[in-house]
Design a protein around this ligand. Structure first.
Ligand SMILES: [Zn+2]
Length: 329
């Protein structure tokens, strides 16, 4: 779930006005289907709704305060009343067993009286049986529960799912509005044509997915954690916000490179110096089980597992497996 962006996109304003009123008057539908073309900020709009529904001290326009305990927990992705239903692997369908677990969690007593939130993304990837299983919960939702579904393609949803949700259509921006907003996100807009500007969130994602910049940050985080310059939980909180697939892929390749160096193969090392020095001190036998954990983590990336805790455990075990080699005689 994205954290609401600091400068809400202006082209969401009119839609938000309606939602803000509904929230203030406590008449938000149980099932909310957030649709619209790709790249217009549907997930940001949905995250804004979720934050507002959970917040204990909302602003006059219905927005979350960002400061109360519920807002802080949501920001740290530790809010106890939020359940996510997403494909186990990118591009796969959401399975019926996942829906059953999800529905069971929604029926648990919430920790806060604001009620439970279900987040389904992307809704068009519910398999037929998963969608059928979800119908029951959409028809008779637990008290105060809200289920937010995201889709780029309303037409791909079962009509029975659609008819049980209130539709919120996020419009594409006028290119000039998108350009102004992208600049507030520190993104240069020269050279972008109008088609790109109609999908500003796609532009934002491409820029923030600047792989070189990401891997530089990750390399620093990894060597800082190993050298006790950053504690594991603060590093994990930061890393959990980055794209899980990219991060895991990077981690696996870093782990393999560390292991080859630990095994004495220093040819073709592309590791940054601090990591290379760490690798030279590794005991391969202690390091290998950790690599197995890295390989097994992929399936958790798109599950309902608390991703930050998964990362924390990986980093802790890495530190634990770094027994220094006995000094060579
Ligand atoms: Zn709040």
């Amino acid at each position: 779930m994205p954290t609401p962006v600091p400068n809400a996109p202006g082209w969401h304003d009119a839609l938000w006005q309606h939602m803000g009123q509904a929230i203030a008057q406590d008449r938000v539908a149980h099932g909310l289907l957030i649709c619209g073309p790709p790249g217009v900020g549907k997930r940001v709009f949905a995250a804004r709704i979720v934050a507002a529904l959970l917040c204990r001290g909302r602003a006059d326009n219905g927005d979350a305060c960002g400061e109360c305990p519920a807002c802080r927990q949501l920001g740290a992705e530790t809010h106890p009343d939020v359940s996510r239903l997403v494909p186990e692997e990118t591009g796969r369908m959401i399975k019926v067993e996942q829906v059953r677990n999800f529905s069971r969690r929604l029926h648990l007593t919430p920790q806060y009286d604001s009620g439970r939130i279900g987040w389904i993304d992307p809704a068009e990837q519910l398999s037929m049986s998963a969608a059928n299983s979800l119908l029951k919960t959409l028809e008779e939702p637990p008290a105060r529960c809200h289920i937010v579904l995201m889709t780029d393609r309303v037409s791909a949803l079962m009509p029975t799912i659609r008819s049980r949700c209130q539709l919120w259509r996020v419009p594409p921006p006028a290119p000039a509005d998108a350009s102004a907003w992208l600049q507030t996100q520190d993104i240069a807009t020269e050279g972008l044509d109008d088609d790109s500007l109609r999908t500003p969130f796609a532009v934002l994602e491409r820029t923030t997915r600047d792989y070189d910049a990401l891997t530089r940050n990750w390399d620093t985080a990894l060597s800082d954690v190993i050298r006790n310059r950053e504690d594991v939980s603060s590093a994990a909180a930061r890393l959990a916000k980055d794209p899980p697939d990219l991060w895991l892929d990077w981690l696996y390749r870093r782990a393999s490179a560390l292991l080859s160096i630990a095994l004495g193969d220093t040819r073709n090392s592309f590791l940054p110096k601090p990591l290379e020095q760490i690798a030279l001190k590794l005991d391969p036998a202690v390091f290998q089980p950790w690599m197995a954990q890295v390989a097994g983590t992929a399936r958790l990336a798109h599950s309902n597992a608390d991703w930050q805790l998964v990362i924390e455990s990986l980093l802790l075990n890495l530190k634990g497996s770094l027994k220094r080699r006995p000094a060579q005689p």
